[in-house]
Design a protein around this ligand. Sequence first.
Ligand SMILES: Cc1ncc(COP(=O)(O)O)c(C=O)c1O
Length: 408
Amino acid sequence: MTAVVPARTSAELIGAEEPVLAHNYHPLPVVVARAEGAWVEDVEGRRYLDMLAGYSALNFGHRHPALIEAAHRQLDRLTLTSRAFHNDRLAEFAERLAALTCLDMVLPMNTGAEAVESGIKVARKWAYDVKGVPADRATIVVAADNFHGRTTTIVSFSTDEVARAGFGPFTPGFRVVPYNDLAALEAAVDETTAAVLIEPVQGEAGVIVPDDGYLAGVRELTRHAGCLFIADEIQSGLGRTGRTLAVEHESVVPDVVLLGKALGGGIVPVSAVVARREVLQVLRPGEHGSTFGGNPLAAAVGTAVVELLETGEFQRRAAELGGILREGLESLVGKGVVGFRSRGLWAGVDVDPALGTGREVSERLMREGILVKDTHGSTIRLAPPLTVTAEELQSALHTVEKVLARQA
Ligand SMILES: Cc1ncc(COP(=O)(O)O)c(C=O)c1O
């Protein structure tokens, strides 16, 4: 007979994690047990509006019916082959993803950091094979305050000491310049430069939107210098900013686009390097790979994600709801909000530090049924699923106003 284990409360589950889980996160004290659309429910049945959406991994909301159906259908047929064999889902995924992004070829991976690592490797290989940079001399220019993931190579060019300290020695070959500064970028690029790697909007830094003309300037500069433009759209891409890709706000097509997060529909980790043929065709069998990259379950969910984006509905929603978000935040400036930046349905909100840290404000919002995440200092990030309704968004903004007013 199996013993019946009584259900544990949120507090018990949080306490149970403490001795057995690495402390590399500091989650809000909420234990989610189920979710649907823009709403999640905790162990005790309390409901919260999810205004973080898994850092944009849940752009289509929790358990979008079309994505869940695609996953179920695939689970019943085939889940993994490895790339030792072909599978019958990968070609369609790659064709449709390349078409969606106006590029030619796809390298499927799993997590965002893996896509970034893969993009770096491909850029270096391209620099040696195509551009003719002498062996082991290739450089990649990146921006200060970047966030591209957590691997040893990626933290090597982070400017965040918390992300780096204790993890050296670091990978050489990167030059860091200020974000949103074309003159500094131009000065850093030379004949050894394989690529410029930037986020079109810096997410973790606090949703930093560059000046108009910056992305077009990076495109122009990299073309002129004969190096690649790699856009990390892992957080900014796939509808979040009101366009399929954030670079589209300046009608720019990079040489390489890195995708992740929402590409897996909030179901499975799916990432990809999408690039011009001249770039991705530098890879030969055996030079790069991943056991799970391009697996049929990932390809089926990824194809269903692309299908949702092909309708344009989510990009439209993000743009329209983004207007409501911006208006709402403008009305809060001076009422506990000292400033904000937004693009589409995505905002970094600087709360008056006198009212508390971003963490404290996030905890207060949680108690009022709104889930958000702080980033640095007193900044909170708002990135609800693109399926959120105007009423839900307005009600969340009203709660933010109430919470800040109470503290003022
Ligand atoms: C722009 C950007 N690149 C890369 C990553 C890393 O993605 P992952 O956490 O899936 O490795 C993130 C994650 O937040 C990101 O925002």
